[in-house]
Ligand binder design. Structure first.
Ligand code: LMG
Ligand code: NDP
Ligand code: PMR
Length: 398
């Protein structure tokens, strides 16, 4: 079953696409990104149209963003079609992408969203002000910065008696201005501890529950990002993601007798976030290699676009928060609204044509999805395996 990383990017996808992918991975020009990639990243409307046209060659490769909803039909014994609501957990659904995704899914009337959030009141207010109908969501407490909380959440969820059809690992923290690291309950540097290790334990524990689901398409989705991919311009803005030989991770990221950074280097909050996203993308692929064939679960990651207005940037300096949205809107053209990004992630949750496993999805400017190519590091099979094994130890699974 082991689908090698290279198989994630079959030759059919080597045509330069809107995304930041298939052009050469060689470090050649600006920040080591080839001109083709730059053109692709900044995009031009006409190029985009042509590319999108070219992309519309296979059902799994390019879809329009028209909010498709799953036809959740199941054959009853007597041959009648019955519908049951899908049950999806979204972590960090109290703001930004998670909230927009919860809203998009709830609005279809075909999903019950379990909003797994660290701040119950904030989540409740957010759900209300987003206008999500009461019967379409449940809020459950989850603090990913505590492994006890993750385990407690899993127990509580099981006790609720709901099935689990899709799990979306979305929550994240980003500390671009922190001078010193802060730590999770177990003493892991907080960005990798929350974004990666918390989700790693959560998804490992809930794999069983997903496996038990009788839903037509079961999925585990982990949100990735362009900034963790050094085969793009965005991924080459310093500090760049780099897991090195994982010595800091192996040491437990505690910043005491070992580094707080995965590669063993000195603390850099922006790098820690980008490293955590690399772990997210590696985890998705390792899940795919280990479990897809056996379970039929679809494992996927995505870059939803640059949602420059979310709470993710709350700790950045005010000038950055002021300039970042217009910079992305008018200069890089990578900007996407929370609503649009939510529709994209909702597609990965429920679109019947996005069932391919092991894929890192991206969208072009016409909001057509395509299978994007991960950077060399983010698709390194050996590193993924090593990262998986170390993470298992850190979260107490091995
Ligand atoms: C690191 O700095 C920090 O060291 C680290 O601690 C952490 O915070 C990390 O990733 C987070 O960043 C990275 C460094 C990159 O970034 C900066 O120093 C700040 C750059 C801020 C960029 C954000 C948006 C700036 C927007 C400016 C333009 C505004 C436009 C308004 C919209 C107009 C609409 C019509 O550093 C580098 O990569 C090196 C290059 C630094 C160049 C910085 C200059 C920004 C210029 C942006 C290019 C666009 C050209 C502008 C033309 C404008 C014309 C209208
Ligand atoms: P937000 O800050 O708006 O949302 C992050 C969510 O994570 C919040 O709901 C937050 O909760 C929650 N969260 C943070 N820490 C914890 C924790 N310890 N336990 C439980 N929940 C927690 O950011 P975005 O919506 O932008 O980010 C969502 C995802 O999208 C992230 O994975 C991010 O990496 C990814 N992404 C974002 C991009 C962007 O441009 N914004 C681009 C590419 C990827 P609370 O509300 O309580 O703070
Ligand atoms: Mg980046 C095509 C260009 C592009 C895209 C799509 C993004 C996305 N960024 C691009 C280019 C640039 N950025 C350039 C040229 C610069 C230098 C001026 C730049 C800078 C920059 C900073 C300082 N960008 C940033 C930051 C952040 O602090 C954000 C970050 O790295 O968070 C980890 C960020 C981002 N740029 C993006 C995206 C999607 C982000 C948000 C990060 C994420 O969630 O992964």
């Amino acid at each position: 079953m082991a689908l090698q990383a290279a198989a994630l990017v079959p030759s059919a996808f080597s045509v330069p696409k809107e995304g930041k992918s298939s052009a050469s991975l060689k470090d050649s020009s600006l920040f080591g990104v080839s001109l083709d990639q730059l053109k692709a990243e900044f995009g031009s409307a006409s190029l985009r149209c042509k590319r999108e046209f070219n992309l519309r060659t296979g059902p799994a490769r390019a879809q329009t963003a028209a909010t498709t909803t799953p036809s959740v039909t199941k054959s009853a014994p007597e041959g009648k079609k019955t519908l049951r609501k899908g049950s999806v957990i979204v972590t960090g659904a109290s703001s930004g992408l998670g909230l927009a995704t919860a809203k998009a899914l709830a609005e279809t009337g075909k999903w019950h969203v379990i909003m797994a959030c660290r701040d119950f009141l904030k989540a409740e207010r957010a759900a209300k002000s987003a206008g999500i109908a009461k019967e379409n969501y449940t809020i459950m407490h989850l603090d990913l910065a505590s492994l006890d909380s993750v385990r407690q959440f899993v127990d509580n969820f099981r006790r609720s008696g709901r099935p689990l059809d899709v799990l979306v690992c979305n929550a994240a923290v980003y500390q671009p201005t922190a001078k010193e690291p802060s730590f999770t309950a177990e003493g892991f540097e907080i960005s990798v501890g929350t974004n990666h290790l918390g989700h790693f334990l959560l998804s490992r524990l809930l794999l069983d529950d997903l496996n038990k689901s009788d839903y037509p398409s079961k999925r585990l989705i982990i949100v990735g990002s362009i900034t963790g991919n050094t085969n793009t311009l965005a991924g080459n803005v310093p500090p760049k993601a780099n897991l090195g030989d994982l010595r800091g991770l192996a040491g437990g990221l505690n910043g005491l007798n070992t580094s707080s950074m995965i590669d063993g280097g000195s603390f850099d909050g922006a790098k820690a976030y980008k490293d955590s996203k690399v772990c997210n993308m590696l985890t998705m692929q390792e899940f795919h290699r280990r479990y897809h064939e056996e379970t039929g679960i679809t494992f996927a990651s995505l870059y939803p676009g640059c949602i420059a207005t979310t709470g993710l940037f709350r700790e950045h300096i005010p000038l950055f928060r002021l300039l970042f949205p217009p910079f992305q809107k008018f200069i890089t053209k990578g900007f996407v609204s929370e609503e649009e990004a939510g529709k994209r992630l909702a597609q990965v949750v429920s679109d019947p044509s996005l069932t391919k496993s092991g894929v890192y999805w991206s969208w072009n400017k016409d909001s057509a999805s395509f299978e994007n190519q991960l950077s060399q590091e983010a698709s390194d099979v050996e590193k993924a395996g090593k990262m998986w094994e170390i993470s298992e130890k850190l979260v107490g699974l091995a």
